[in-house]
Design a protein around this ligand. Structure first.
Ligand code: NAD
Length: 312
């Protein structure tokens, strides 16, 4: 039987000297993504349909139609956490094991959320770009100390953001109906709220830390923005699909909220004429939340070990 594994994430190569021997010792032949970009469904089928038994996958698509055609596939190891690019139901039906690399990048993403919070509250990207063009224009900022930070989602990343925000002397409130760690709230002096509309109305800064589900897709809707303070800032390091981007554009232009900073977008990269990119108080970084040396090394090693365990 063939023992080929496909590795799709571009950043995997940075630490391949540590990971490849683990796979090769077990007799696996490695197929790399040599395209220099995220693989398409067809790219994956071209190399994996015939005889690949395991895939370490980044954000590349693994819908039912691809999983069904990869006839030898036994295991998918997610390089990271968000599994929205994998049809989990179909994988289960087909007996394909799937596991994500929990706890590998939560600190990096939390730090990115905090970085975006300061970037937008002090308008750093736009004014620093102005200085490089010969300008010296100042835009008045907002302190975060004492401000109310609302967190949608109190999982691995939300909790790390919460801890850091407490260190910045912010008042932190988590809205997460499935949250069940009261000792965490007590230890860090964090509030909990059970009404998302209340969180929207009270937060000076709202940061999103939920997966995309039927419940959360488009949760930042026109109605949600209308409930926020005009001085409020939105931070999204989770997924673009959580935000109705037309509604966000309207909210920024009509000053329903004061700014938004995202690390994710519905279409990555966005098209060049994307209207949000023309808005000064909108920041977008190219999905770098988990792109630190530390998180990449963790993701490489954990996703490799997870794949080996699932295939054993
Ligand atoms: P997690 O599973 O640990 O936490 C998610 C939390 O959301 C859970 O506590 C869950 O109870 C809560 N939740 C689910 N549905 C909810 C709802 N309707 N309302 C409120 N809360 C709800 O996940 P995580 O590791 O913290 O990741 C959070 C998000 O960050 C994911 O979308 C993931 O894809 C994204 N992410 C982004 C990057 C990046 O590079 N920017 C990297 C890693 C993860």
């Amino acid at each position: 039987m063939s023992k080929k594994v496909l590795i799709t994430p571009k950043s995997f190569g940075t630490y391949k000297a540590k990971a490849y021997p683990l796979l090769q010792e077990q007799g696996y032949e490695i197929i790399e993504n040599t395209l220099g970009r995220t693989m398409s469904e067809q790219d994956i089928l071209d190399v994996a349909a015939a005889d690949v038994v395991g895939i370490i996958v980044g954000v590349d698509p693994l819908p039912a139609s691809v999983l069904e055609k990869c006839k030898d596939l036994k295991a998918v190891s997610k390089y990271g956490v968000g599994m929205d690019n994998i049809d989990l139901e179909k994988a289960k039906d087909l007996g394909i094991k799937v596991k994500n690399a929990v706890g590998t990048n939560n600190i990096s993403v939390a730090e990115q959320a905090i970085a975006l919070m300061f970037s937008i509250s002090r308008n750093i990207p736009s004014i620093a770009a102005g200085v490089k063009k010969g300008g010296w224009d100042r835009v008045i900022g907002m302190e975060v100390t004492g401000k109310k930070l609302g967190l949608l989602g109190g999982g691995q990343i939300g909790k790390e953001v919460a801890k850091r925000a407490r260190g910045l002397m912010m008042e932190v409130t988590i809205y997460d109906p499935y949250f069940n760690d009261d000792s965490f709230l007590k230890e860090y002096g964090i509030n909990r709220c059970f009404d998302f509309n209340e969180l929207l109305g009270n937060s000076d800064i709202l940061s999103l830390h939920v997966p995309v589900t039927p419940e959360t897709k488009g949760i930042m809707s026109k109605d949600a923005f209308a409930r926020m303070k005009p001085s409020a800032l939105l931070i999204n390091t989770s997924r673009g699909e959580l935000v109705d981007e037309d509604a966000l554009y309207e909210a920024l232009i009509n000053k329903k909220i004061a700014g938004a900073a995202q690390d994710v977008f519905s279409c990555e990269p966005p098209s060049k004429d994307e209207k949000l990119l023309q808005v000064d108080n909108f920041i977008l970084t190219p999905h770098i939340g988990a792109f630190t040396r530390e998180a990449v090394e963790n993701m490489v090693m954990v996703s490799t070990k997870n794949l080996l365990e699932m295939l054993a």
